[in-house]
Write a protein that binds this ligand. Sequence first.
Ligand SMILES: *Cc1c(COP(=O)(O)O)cnc(C)c1O
Length: 395
Amino acid sequence: MSYVRREAFLPFTRPMVGQEEIAEIIDSIESGWITTGPKSGRFEEALQAYNGVPHCLVMNSATTAQEITLQCLGIRPGDEVITTALTWVSTLSTILLQGGVPVLVDIDPATLNLDAAKLEAAITPRTKGIIPVHLTGLPAPMDEVWRVAQAHGLWVVEDAAQAMGASYRGRKIGSDPRSVFSVYSFHPNKNMTTGEGGGIAFHDGAFEARIKRLRFHGIERDAWKRQSKEGSPHFDVTEPARKANFMDLQAAMGIHQIKKLDGFNTRRGLLFRRYLELLEDVEALVLPVPGDEVHQHCFHLFVARIRPEVAGMDRDAFVARLKEENIGTGIHYRPAHVHSFYRDFYREHPHALPGDGLPHTEWSGDRLMSLPLWPGLTEDDQDQVVAAIRHVLAN
Ligand SMILES: *Cc1c(COP(=O)(O)O)cnc(C)c1O
């Protein structure tokens, strides 16, 4: 069959929002509860039930959620937190904004997640915690992370922004109490969305009141109840805090998205495995691993890496050629430490990088691209992606 270029541009992802979400949003508008209200509470309960966690609170983004977790843990200036550079920059910036220092370890090139064998060497007397990232929706090596954390008295906060629906040893990400907090994202590119939004899963109920204060002006009580019959008009502010509350308009989407999540992820898994089969013989690409019994993938991203020496072009040239063929791709991510702010930061804080640098992070960071993957992608779309890849490589 000869190659024919796609007519319409194919993006690398697209949110899956249906009539149920639309009707629920209209219901919220008509009810008069547009911002934080009863649907936000219902969404939090649905998240607790789905993830098997006793507590989950939602706010405006995973970035804010992560910053609040670090505030709850009481990071002080100079405290060190170990994480990876192959992540969205908010994993690092939230540490810095609380006065901490993000100490970077290299990734395992097979999984793109942190290499647990590198953790111990990164620990100093100032180390307070570890933030593993479940990049692409593939769980990080948590047994080793928890073992090292326990041996050195460190806390663990999981960056689960890409991991809604993923499980570790059969348990949903966020459900293991060995991590103090796990943070989810509901950005439109993630496996389920509320437009924007983030959530914190936790096990110690003592954090509940603090998180509620930190997401809303430092006010202790559910402020929305002030306007309802059972509420009193009085409230007290006990500390300064940001305004990062979640709207019922967002929850209206969330309570339907979470019911659809397993179906979405099943479909993502089918497409992920189909890519693996269709691209198996393409020498120019390093394909991702599909996870295993321990690391149960939610198939957020299909990240392929290009071998420029085989392809005859580098990643940026390849991505540009695919775009000419109307195939979109994403870059998840350009490693944090190569952005200009962080380049300067690590020049001034060389101890926060390993002595031998981050060779695997940089190797993958230069070569990776996310191929189109979302539940609404058709097999025909996918065949066109694969045909375009073969066409670009052959010409
Ligand atoms: C998307 C993402 C975030 C940030 O999520 P927001 O809800 O946009 O703040 C953090 N970490 C990782 C790994 C992400 O993919």
